[in-house]
Design a protein around this ligand. Structure first.
Ligand SMILES: CC(C)(COP(=O)(O)OP(=O)(O)OC[C@H]1O[C@@H](n2cnc3c(N)ncnc32)[C@H](O)[C@@H]1OP(=O)(O)O)[C@@H](O)C(=O)NCCC(=O)NCCS
Length: 183
C-alpha cells in the first residue's frame, strides 16, 4: 500500500519481497553505524513482520522508500512510537537509506513527506528525531525538516546520550519549530 509520493519517491508498506533489497541497508556496517550494527536475513524478515504489525495496530510505522517507477526498496523512512523519552511519549521520524542513495536529497525528500503526513493527515502536534550527536548527516536532515535541538536522552542499553530534535505543527497545520500553546 502506498502512503505518500513525492517528486522522485514513493513511500509504501514493507513486504516480504523487500527482504533482499533491504540487505543494502541493514547489512551495510556504514549504514548501520549509528544503530545496532549490521543485521542478518532473519532479522530483516522479523523487521518486515514488525512493521506490518505497526501499520495494522498504530496506522503508521517505517515505510519502504522507492524511486518512482522502480519498485526496488532503497531504504526506509517513517514514524516510530517511543513510550518514554525524558518522561513523555514521542513519535519519531526515522530514516535510513542504502549508501548509493546518500547525497541525492532523497532522505530529506522522504522525511519531509513523512513530516507532512504526520502533521497534515494525522494531526500530530509534535515530532522528534533522536540522533547520535556525531551523526551529522542525520542532523542535517532533521534541520531541513524544521527541527531544532530539544534535549539530550540516554536510551536503555546506550552508554552515551543521544540528542532529541523536535518540531511542532502550527495552528494552520504547517510545521513550526515552536511548541503549540495548550492554554
Ligand atoms: C541519515 C541519511 C538518511 C542522510 O542521507 P543524506 O544523503 O546525507 O541526506 P540527503 O538525502 O538530505 O542529502 C544531503 C545532501 O545531498 C545533496 N543533494 C544532492 N542532490 C540533491 C537534490 N537533488 N536535492 C537535495 N539535496 C541534494 C545536498 O547537497 C545535501 O547536502 P546538505 O545537507 O548540505 O544540504 C543517511 O546518511 C543514512 O541513511 N545514514 C545511515 C542511517 C542513519 O544514520 N539514519 C539516521 C539515524 S538517527
Amino acid at each position: 500500500m502506498i502512503v505518500a509520493t513525492t517528486k522522485r519517491l514513493t513511500l509504501r508498506h514493507a513486504s516480504p519481497d523487500d527482504a533482499i533489497a533491504m540487505r543494502s541497508v541493514f547489512c551495510d556496517a556504514e549504514v548501520m553505524r549509528y544503530g545496532d550494527g549490521p543485521q542478518t536475513d532473519a532479522w530483516i524478515r522479523s523487521w518486515i513482520a514488525l512493521m506490518n504489525r505497526d501499520y495494522h495496530e498504530r496506522g503508521y510505522g517505517l515505510w519502504i522508500v522507492t524511486k518512482i517507477g522502480d519498485p526496488r526498496a532503497i531504504g526506509y523512512c517513517g514514524l516510530t512510537w517511543f513510550p518514554n523519552i525524558n518522561g513523555r511519549a514521542e513519535i519519531e521520524v526515522g530514516y535510513r537509506l542504502a549508501r548509493e542513495y546518500w547525497n541525492t536529497g532523497f532522505a530529506t525528500e522522504a522525511a519531509l513527506a513523512v513530516r507532512d503526513l504526520a502533521f497534515i493527515c494525522r494531526g500530530l502536534d509534535r515530532l522528534v528525531a533522536i540522533i547520535d550527536p556525531d551523526n551529522f548527516r542525520s542532523i542535517r536532515v532533521a534541520e531541513k525538516m524544521g527541527m531544532k535541538y530539544d534535549s539530550d536522552v540516554l536510551l536503555d542499553g546506550y552508554t552515551h546520550p543521544d540528542t532529541v530534535y523536535a518540531c511542532h505543527r502550527d495552528e494552520d497545520g504547517e510545521p513550526s519549530d515552536e511548541p503549540k500553546s495548550r492554554s
